[in-house]
Write a protein that binds this ligand. Sequence first.
Ligand SMILES: [Fe+2]
Ligand SMILES: [Fe+2]
Length: 322
Amino acid sequence: MANLASLVKVAPETVASLRAKLESGAPLPEKYRVLFSLRNIEGQEAHEALALALRDPSALFRHDVAFCLGQRQDPAAIGVLQALLRDSGEHPMVRHEAGEALGAIGAPDCLAALRAHAADAAPEVAETCQLALERIEYFASHGGGGAGEGGSPYLSVDPTPPLPADTPVDALRRILLDPKQPMFERYRALFALRNRGGDAAVAVLCEAFSAASALLKHEVAYVLGQLQHPRSVPALSSVLRDPREHAMVRHEAAEALGAVADPACVALLKAHAADAEPIVAHSCVVALDMLEHEASGAFEYCAAAQDGGGGAQAAAAAVEAR
Ligand SMILES: [Fe+2]
Ligand SMILES: [Fe+2]
């Protein structure tokens, strides 16, 4: 199930120069470009550079490094991800991403830390670990679990499989919005709706912002970013604007608005680029930078970031842009 096959080989000097950029205290958007390059490169050097990036002062950046380590499905990352999950001084969003990444890697070594934090004091961490354990169990009995497996049109390694593709939208809606349903089933409904796409599915996904779970809402915003549907803009905008909403949810909403990229989204991202919550402010700054790069055509930034890899092409494009 490893996703290592989609990683590309590059010259050791290329990895060394990417690592040097991370160590040079480059601005956050530049570090993101390095991250999305490293993410697609195979080998111990790339892994070590990513492990080093986990010491960055930005919690937003650290959580995306953990995300990339999970998407790579490289068992070499299990040790650093377990340490991150166990670190109660670390930001819960980063610990959440470490737990999810361990679920994505799915090796037996991932289980101990996930079990130890399945009742963590931070609800988003506890829920993530429960989902990750169920994911590992599910794929152990059903097979699969690699990038894009399970009928996903995206190449991301998702935290759960989708419900069957022929499940009616009404049934998916009932499951997604029902707080009594297990979170694993609600996530499965969410991914089935994402895979369905279109107006009706997007409308149901937007309804889920009324849920109590910050974890569920952040995943809703994440898949809306993958869908890039203009109908999601009003809901995503209210999430980003709401200072009482969990930072993790607002962060995903900002990234999703960056992916939709219509002029109203850009204006809102600019308005929140100096938000009082650093995770939100940084997300807006990075999203605006990605848009600028996309517009200039210089760099396939979003392909690497949002399509779950983009594989060799994205890595090559990213590396070329150095
Ligand atoms: Fe997440
Ligand atoms: Fe995120």
